[in-house]
Design a protein around this ligand. Structure first.
Ligand code: PMP
Length: 373
């Protein structure tokens, strides 16, 4: 029980790798030295063993249940992170149409990086002009989609800038590719609207090391001839993610997290918690008369990463440092904004509870009362 006692003194608002449910860590602690009576650690299981196969199959089935993934979609568990998929996506999909062009919606640094990577392999059409700051999603009437594109790419939730789509883009039949690294499993959505969905595990689905990729079957097999084999969807699908050694421990943790989510009301409950937690923090920001300031347009504010500044430009640095230090004294950690934007960022992934978020909300109210002029 030591692990529980120590952890109760800390609330981890990290953007990722992020908090894992305590129940998952307790189970992992048990399985660390002797998995399911096998006498070996879960980390020591061969990826070709029956025991690991059960772990892999259960993880896939539970994810299929949680997201209601249709039969004509394949699920892969790969290495290489979200960044690996920035290359894998163009390698596997640019060939779908002769022009080898892809549409990219750039709404923050992660979609910008993905677009830049795709430029190595083909033509990238930027669907709207570069934003001065990533705080908005231009209205769909201003989008310049190319009907001949092989795919349309976007990032559902920009983790650094806190910009989240509240709708699924309409692409008129062009396959839609989505990076859901930081909001997958936080709300219900229709998988059948997508060609490819991917997400790194280290925020909402487990520990770092594994990337989930969900692919519509008919898009598989058109990869460029120089596609690295580990990133070839066809090869990995044909080998059930076991072409090379998969991140076995990450897949195991992921399986525990999926089970935890199912036991805790599934995606519907995660969505409701996500709404409650983010509204709690945005309400304080919006009722602080500008003391706390979130620069993101209300129509596309993220439910999982809430960025804000404190005070005015002259007092930002002092007040934000004080906020971070005082929060840490109360056990609330990892609240510093990304180095490229500064300020504060509160990450509210599924393992962060409503009760923990309430404690932060109380702290924010108290800080506001003490520091506003
Ligand atoms: N996409 C998003 C939305 C992310 O937040 C991140 C990482 N934080 C990445 C991609 C890159 O993932 P990785 O570091 O696993 O390559």
């Amino acid at each position: 029980m030591e692990i529980l006692k120590e952890r109760h003194e800390v609330i981890n608002f990290s953007p990722g790798p992020a908090k894992l449910p305590c129940q998952v860590l307790m189970q992992a602690q048990k399985d660390l030295t002797n998995y399911n009576g096998t006498g070996v650690s879960v980390m020591e299981l061969s990826h070709r063993s029956q025991d690991f196969n059960k772990i892999l199959t259960a993880a896939e089935n539970d994810l299929r249940d949680l997201l209601d993934i249709p039969e004509n979609y394949k699920v892969l568990f790969l290495q290489g992170g979200g960044t690996g998929q920035f290359s894998a996506v163009p390698c596997n999909l640019l060939n779908l149409k002769p022009g080898q062009t892809a549409d990219y919606l750039v709404t923050g640094c992660w979609s910008a990086k993905a677009a830049k990577e795709a430029e190595k392999y083909g033509k990238v059409n930027y669907v709207f002009p570069k934003q001065n700051s990533y705080t908005n999603i231009p209205d769909q009437s201003e989008w310049n989609l190319n009907p001949e594109a092989s795919y349309v790419y976007y990032c559902d939730n920009e983790t650094v800038h806190g910009v989240e789509f509240q709708f699924i883009p309409e692409t008129n039949g062009v396959p839609l590719v989505c990076d859901m690294s930081s909001n997958i499993l936080t709300r219900k959505f229709d998988v059948s609207k997508f060609g490819v969905i991917f997400g790194g595990a280290q925020k909402n689905i487990g520990c770092a090391g594994c990337t989930v990729v969900i692919i519509r079957e008919d898009l598989i097999g058109k990869q460029m001839s120089n596609t690295p084999t580990v990133f070839c969807y066809k090869t990995q699908v044909g080998n059930n993610s076991l072409y090379n050694t998969p991140p076995t421990y990450s897949i195991y943790i992921m399986g525990l997290v999926f089970r935890w989510k199912k036991e805790h009301g599934g995606v519907k409950a995660m969505e409701e918690n996500s709404r409650q937690k983010s509204e709690m923090i945005y309400d304080i920001i919006d009722n602080s008369s500008g003391f706390f300031c979130c620069p993101v347009n209300k129509k596309c504010r993220s439910r999982t990463n809430v960025p804000f500044r404190i005070g005015n430009p002259d007092s930002h640095d002092v007040l934000e440092k004080k906020f971070i230090d005082m929060a840490a004294e109360q056990g609330m950690i990892q609240l510093k904004g990304h180095r490229s934007v500064g300020g504060i960022r509160v990450s509210l992934y599924n393992a962060v509870t409503v009760a923990e978020t309430k404690l932060l909300a109380e702290f924010m109210k108290d800080f506001l009362a003490k520091h506003r002029n």
